[in-house]
Design a protein. Sequence first.
Length: 159
Amino acid sequence: MKERLDINAEKILEEAIEIAEGLACGYSNESGDAMSTYLSVLVTYLARLPKMEADAEYLMNYSKGDYGDTEAKKPKKDQLMATHFKEVMGREVAVYARVYKFIYRLNKNIIEIQKSVITQLSYLKSTMPRNINESELIKKIEGLTREVSALKKWKEEIL
């Protein structure tokens, strides 16, 4: 008899829904801090999703094997025809297949979401004014003051 790992499809699905809801809450694309926070959350999700996907796939495949074993143990005359067997097995493992597909798609889409947030964050960073330290700012102001004084003096000389 096969040994089954202790994996619960309901817990996997609850965690996947929690992640999907976290992704759906979004962020302010005008705030670098909000985008950075959202990116940190995405990294956490990215770390969790591969295991969840593997567990969901395991449950789906295990349930297929269980159904196949049950069918194989029946007397030959009571076994289903191959086409009908495939349809019935699909129905038997539908819940696990749905959980697996949901997590697979979530895992695939989160990478695209992460790329998008990184692109938006890079754009925001490139459009923000550069930080000028105080001494540079004082030098620039003094330079402008000298230029304004020189222009005023020149204007008085001409008029």
